[in-house]
Design a protein around this ligand. Structure first.
Ligand SMILES: NC(=O)c1ccc[n+]([C@@H]2O[C@H](COP(=O)([O-])OP(=O)(O)OC[C@H]3O[C@@H](n4cnc5c(N)ncnc54)[C@H](OP(=O)(O)O)[C@@H]3O)[C@@H](O)[C@H]2O)c1
Length: 349
């Protein structure tokens, strides 16, 4: 990214004479971290999602993902760290330990000690009762090879137990020191409030609800999830913030790229290509003015439009994608641009 166009007072004078104010760039310390809920665990506005590290096995939990070499995974993680990202999102469901284990290898290769990074992972509740959380945590810790669990989430609202029972077991794990904080994912507003209240009784905060949120999926703004999260001080962790890469504009410019995608992902993206063209054109135009990429503008909108309530976890299967993810924290869209993108994407609420 061309930082040289910026003056010492942190402004950029593009050819069209508008002045763009930016955060101080490049150094890790200059990226303003945010607390995960009321936990005081500080994370950068962008973390790296490593679901993309799930591939390589033959089960249903592996086949949808590319089989990346450990070398590539390590390079992706290193690029994220070098760009200032301080946390990573993985899950049991991502290859049943494959993603967690690859992440641990990559962090080790990058020379990161536990405590220098935050690892978020998730319990898979499929066909399971809350009591299983206690057994599952030992596998998580084994796959993470010495990296502690900064945030442990219930991945889906699918469990056979109530959210109260799940939160009770999670609270036990905090008390014995197996995890630092507790979150949920894909929980409705009501279910999130129940989880919050159950933890409140144990004197613990609900750190986060991980939900799909992007310029192409703004459902949490209208179904009560975002409003309740703000009311309770629960962080929204936005997953799929690039709409599976669609918001980068690469598929609009070169639809042939979709041919290499598995059928499920291709269909998901193809559905939206036509109707998102005006949005993509705006992302492109804004990106040109800020000297960044459309993907970075899309990510910047996610982490700034709702103030500090939302952090995002873009995924990456290539090194440049991790670099771009980190670089999306190096500037701040002007209010006028945030609003313009809001208006262009209102249909997706
Ligand atoms: N809690 C949940 O239920 C849940 C659900 C889904 C995901 N997640 C988490 O959220 C993370 C991100 O979500 P996601 O992977 O579904 O969606 P995403 O971040 O919107 O899309 C990631 C994909 O977009 C493409 N991409 C990324 N950066 C790009 C760039 N700069 N330019 C062009 N293309 C780019 C890559 O596709 P290619 O690989 O094809 O190049 C990448 O694999 C996951 O890794 C996972 O940790 C959580």
């Amino acid at each position: 990214m061309p930082h040289d166009l910026f003056t010492a007072d942190n402004t950029y004078q593009p050819s069209n004479t508008a002045t763009i104010t930016r955060f101080q760039l490049t150094a890790d310390q200059s990226i303003q971290k945010r607390s995960l809920g009321k936990t005081g665990i500080m994370v950068t506005p962008i973390g790296l999602g490593v679901m993309q590290f799930s591939g390589g096995g033959s089960s249903v939990f592996n086949v949808a993902f590319p089989d990346l070499s450990q070398e590539t995974k390590s390079a992706i993680v290193r690029a994220a760290l070098e760009g200032g990202i301080n946390w990573f999102d993985t899950a049991e469901m991502y290859g049943l330990g494959r993603s967690e284990n690859s992440l641990a290898h990559a962090l080790k290769a990058a020379g990161k000690a536990d405590g220098e990074v935050v690892v978020a992972t998730k319990w898979l509740p499929l066909f399971r009762m809350a009591g299983h959380i206690k057994r599952s945590i030992h596998n998580r810790l084994r796959f993470l090879q010495g990296y502690s669990v900064g945030l442990y989430m219930v991945h889906q609202p699918w469990g056979f137990s109530s959210p109260e029972a799940e939160m009770d077991v999670m609270a036990d794990l905090v008390e014995v020191g197996h995890i630092r904080s507790i979150g949920v994912s894909n929980f409705s507003a009501d279910r999130m409030r129940r989880a919050y209240q159950a933890l409140e009784k144990r004197g613990l905060p609900l750190a986060a609800n991980q939900m799909e949120y992007s310029l192409l999926n703004r459902k949490i703004e209208t179904d009560g999830v975002l409003a309740v999260a703000k009311e309770l001080g629960v962080t929204i962790i936005a997953y799929t913030p690039l709409a599976n890469g669609l918001l980068s504009g690469v598929y609009h410019k070169n639809p042939d790229l979709l041919l290499s995608k598995p059928r499920f992902w291709r269909a998901k993206i193809e559905r939206h290509i036509g109707r998102t063209r005006p949005l993509i054109e705006a992302l492109d135009e804004i990106a040109g003015r800020y000297q960044v990429t459309p993907a970075q503008v899309a990510l910047n909108w996610v982490i700034n439009f709702q103030g500090e309530s939302v952090v995002a976890i873009p995924g990456a299967s290539k090194i440049y994608q991790a670099e771009e993810a980190a670089g999306a924290m190096s500037f701040r869209l002007l209010d006028g641009d945030l609003t313009r993108l809001d208006e262009l994407s209102r249909d997706y609420r």
